[in-house]
Design a protein around this ligand. Structure first.
Ligand SMILES: NC(=O)c1ccc[n+]([C@@H]2O[C@H](COP(=O)([O-])OP(=O)(O)OC[C@H]3O[C@@H](n4cnc5c(N)ncnc54)[C@H](OP(=O)(O)O)[C@@H]3O)[C@@H](O)[C@H]2O)c1
Length: 243
């Protein structure tokens, strides 16, 4: 699929590219010829089960403001910024105000900070930003109010920054994955009381795979085919949003 797109000579940063959706998107850009930097929370790529040797790796906790600044300071050229890193708290921990704030810091505030810091490089390259939203951008998230608030704000911020930077030649779009089988959702995939309603509501009747996000990411980043698209969030969800 990546062969349909050519990112040779382009530089891509995927936050949270060490795993799941971010890793799949990073692999997609790499296979299309880009030089890809990924981030993760661990000290080195040796700490991850997947082979990450074809990427430049940077350790950062997106809750750590100086850490995010250091990440930005290390980037001198950029064509595509994929703001993918994200997390959630589960169970009673999801209702702790400190965890609500942490979720907003990781999933939202760091996305704005990094985008704001790196947009001069994107203006210089005519590049674009891809944010990762969620079904909770559209629907209530009673098991994770901080997660839902952060992802709904991602959708709104995508519109705002898309409008703000349009005349600078920087497009800002988002992907809203449906329910995707990753490390993040592993705790609930086997919980029938949560997983069964998800699958019943998903017209395609299955969990999505991380690599099913690649095509939309490459499409949105391709200025020759998506050059008039900005501020949109595209669901890639097996039809979840249709019901
Ligand atoms: N899976 C789904 O069903 C789904 C649906 C909609 C949206 N999303 C979104 O998709 C994105 C990727 O999630 P995923 O499902 O692929 O989960 P994942 O496999 O757990 O990947 C999450 C990535 O974010 C990184 N990360 C987590 N907390 C971080 C922190 N505090 N600071 C810096 N990096 C952090 C992780 O680093 P480590 O590998 O070091 O932990 C990892 O690289 C997230 O924004 C998530 O909200 C997922």
């Amino acid at each position: 699929m990546s062969a349909q797109f050519d990112f040779t000579g382009q530089t891509v940063l995927v936050t949270g590219g060490s795993s799941g959706i971010g890793l799949a998107i990073a692999q997609g850009f790499r296979d299309a010829g880009a030089a890809v930097t990924i981030t993760g929370t661990q000290a080195s790529i040796a700490d991850y089960p997947d082979d990450l040797t074809t990427f430049t790796y940077h350790q950062v906790d997106m809750q750590d403001v100086p850490g995010v600044e250091a990440l930005a300071n290390g980037i001198s050229k950029l064509d595509v910024l994929v703001n993918n890193a994200g997390t959630t708290f589960r169970g009673e921990a999801a209702y702790d105000p400190e965890n609500f704030e942490a979720t907003i810091d990781i999933n939202l505030n760091s996305v704005y900070r990094l985008s704001h810091r790196l947009v001069p490089l994107l203006k210089a390259s005519g590049g674009s930003i891809i944010n990762i939203a969620s079904m909770t951008s559209y629907f209530g998230s009673p098991r994770g109010p901080g997660y839902g608030a952060s992802k709904s704000a991602i959708l709104q911020m995508t519109m705002s920054l898309g409008a703000l930077w349009a005349r600078d030649g920087v497009r800002v779009n988002a992907i809203a994955p449906g329910w995707i089988a990753t490390k993040l959702t592993a705790p609930i995939q086997g919980m029938a009381e949560i997983a069964d309603p998800i699958l019943q509501r998903t017209p395609m009747g299955r969990w999505g795979e991380p690599d099913e996000m690649i095509g939309t990411a490459l499409f949105l980043a391709s200025s020759d085919v998506a050059g008039f698209i900005t501020g949109v969030t595209i669901p890639v969800d097996g039809g979840y949003c249709t019901l």
